[in-house]
Design a protein around this ligand. Structure first.
Ligand code: NAG
Ligand code: NAG
Ligand code: NAG
Ligand code: NAG
Ligand code: NAG
Ligand code: NAG
Length: 508
């Protein structure tokens, strides 16, 4: 049984919290991770896609809605008085209201040789930060939880208040803090003694090497790769060249953390390229691989059709490899991918029982009601394929989502645009209707994918914008019959003057 809701990316938070946890099946041997166990979920700053990063609500929600062994991630920064706080960026204004609480205490410092301006933790004591609220630092996300709701937490606060199944400290900057006479090494070594730390990651080789001999056996050190042409400060090599030197990485780390594009590169037009061999190479070296920078609210590649679970599955259930962990701002979705959607065949008996009914076939992937949309829906495993029936001028019933050809074809750009009519009892405004053109005229049109969310600048797969062929009802019936599917003909378009009648037809 699944703990997660089908459409986890819709953030059905309340109901998700209410669903009782259920045992999951033993799928151990199926995973192509380094140790054969299911991949892990790491909640970056908690459920930071919704609540302010590293806030108590973000951590609580991550624990409530993720796999039971979810790992809480804290980006550690040091205060002037050597406290380790969880804040995502070296500049505190990135996710807190410090700029309005301490208006004139901004500074410019060199960070890894680059001048940066902002409010740095090294200039404040923990006491001073007590009245600085955490806020949402990514402006496309809700600011509803800004205000004075959430305090900055220390590493010890997170460990003690939430008793997480596992805690992951990311030390993004060590050199910067040394330049300010603050030692990350001392902080982390003393944290090892006061709380349980399961993972420590850093993009700085020297930092990891400096704590290696003092790290408890139960704590894993993870080397974080930054962009390929960025220079790693302790070796003077680029991260790209260190990627070809995993034997060296293995001398001080048990795993690597990479941006997801290291594994599945995306081209500039937002289509996936073939996967790299990074996971297989690292596994061969005995290194675990954690993939990062997943979030549900940024389009990563059209190939995923806006479904974050599909993206996670491509990292953990692709037949060739699985990463060992997924670092996400929305941990509910990788949890669902791992526990509910991995390793299920389309006709397996363990499948959920509700029927999957298409809308014009796979009309989010292809122009609706085309041969391509229907074939895609069939290969996706649809249970019920729909044909919204419309009539042509010569009396041929065809499948099309609307009687107005403007909605689904390029008719407005053709000479048939002169057939535009206003039929107020059908719809407001003008339309070019199926019953004004013959079937052969309609066949000369190019179907168009529908883009209902253009006002949010969300466009469906542009490569499929104008593809496929429309079908008559009779062609549709042939297609479904050959595939032994059941179907129904659904005319929901009462406004087109067709009788408002649903006909359910079952076949064999
Ligand atoms: C799960 O599978 C592993 C490896 O095949 C086995 O050792 C373990 O006993 C199984 N656990 C259960 C609960 O069946
Ligand atoms: C905080 O940092 C993130 C990641 O670099 C960035 O996307 C965001 O815009 C920053 N927010 C602010 C307020 O600086
Ligand atoms: C790997 O990196 C180490 C440290 O920079 C360097 O000493 C060694 O020569 C490198 N090995 C290869 C094969 O590049
Ligand atoms: C890295 O390069 C800088 C400047 O080129 C040099 O000062 C430093 O000693 C180098 N460090 C290592 C470890 O090679
Ligand atoms: C898996 O590897 C095989 C052989 O290298 C390749 O043909 C196939 O495309 C790969 N599958 C995926 C999903 O990458
Ligand atoms: C699906 O079911 C059919 C018929 O029962 C069977 O032949 C086929 O192997 C199954 N496919 C998978 C992926 O399980």
């Amino acid at each position: 049984m699944c703990k997660f809701h089908l459409l986890s990316y819709l953030l059905l938070l309340y109901s998700a919290a209410l669903v009782a946890a259920q045992g999951s099946k033993n799928r151990t041997s199926l995973w192509q991770t380094l140790n054969g166990n299911a991949p892990l979920v790491i909640a970056r700053g908690g459920f930071s896609g919704l609540f302010p990063d590293s806030s108590s609500a973000a951590y609580y929600l991550a624990l409530m809605t993720s796999l039971p062994n979810v790992i809480l991630w804290c980006d550690v920064q040091l205060t002037k008085d050597r406290a380790g706080i969880c804040v995502p960026d070296i500049r505190l204004e990135n996710a807190s209201d410090i700029a309005s609480v301490f208006k004139n205490r901004d500074k410019t410092y060199s960070v890894n040789g680059v001048p940066m301006h902002g409010w740095f933790s090294v200039d404040f004591t923990l006491n001073e930060l007590e009245n600085v609220p955490l806020i949402q630092g990514i402006y496309s996300r809700t600011s509803r939880f800004d205000g004075n709701l959430f305090q900055i937490l220390t590493v010890q606060d997170v460990a003690r208040q939430f008793s997480p199944p596992a805690l992951w400290l990311n030390i993004q900057h060590d050199e910067f803090f040394s330049q300010h006479k603050l030692s990350m090494r001392s902080f982390v070594l003393s944290a090892f003694r006061s709380v349980i730390i399961n993972y420590v990651s850093s993009p700085e080789v020297n930092f990891l090497r400096s704590i290696l001999s003092r790290t408890p056996r139960t704590t894993k050190l993870i080397f974080r790769f930054l962009e390929k042409d960025t220079i790693e400060p302790s070796t003077n090599q680029t991260y790209g060249s260190l990627l070809n030197n995993l034997t060296f990485v293995k001398t001080f780390a048990s795993g690597i953390l990479v941006h997801k594009s290291y594994i599945w590169p995306v081209d500039p037009t937002l289509y996936l390229q073939p996967h790299t061999s990074v996971v297989l190479d690292a596994h061969r070296e005995g290194l675990e691989v954690f993939a990062g920078d997943f979030s549900n609210d940024v389009l990563s590649a059209y190939d995923y059709s806006y479904n974050p679970v599909t993206e996670y599955l491509s990292f953990i259930d692709n037949g060739n490899f699985s990463v060992d962990g997924l670092l996400s701002d929305f941990p509910i979705s990788p949890s669902a991918a791992i526990d509910c959607f991995s390793h299920i065949s389309k006709n397996s008996s363990g499948r959920a029982t509700p029927l999957v009914i298409s809308y014009g076939g796979a009309s989010g992937d292809y122009p609706g009601c085309t041969d391509l949309a229907y074939k895609q829906a069939i290969s996706d495993g649809v249970d019920v394929l729909d044909c919204p029936v419309q009539m042509t001028k010569d009396g041929i019933p065809i499948c099309l989502g609307s009687c107005n050809l403007i909605d689904n074809t390029n008719v407005a750009e053709t000479s048939f645009s002169s057939l535009s009519r206003n039929i107020p009892e059908l719809r407001p405004g003008n339309g070019i209707f199926t019953f004004s053109l013959t079937w052969s005229q309609i066949q000369s049109l190019t179907p168009a994918i529908s883009n209902p969310y253009t006002e949010y600048r969300l466009y469906r797969n542009p490569k499929n914008r104008r593809v496929g062929k429309l079908m008559t009802l009779s062609e549709f019936l042939t297609l479904t019959k050959n595939n032994y599917f059941c179907f129904w003909c659904l005319d929901q378009h009462r406004e087109c003057g067709l009788p408002s009648r649903k006909t359910a037809i079952t076949c064999d």
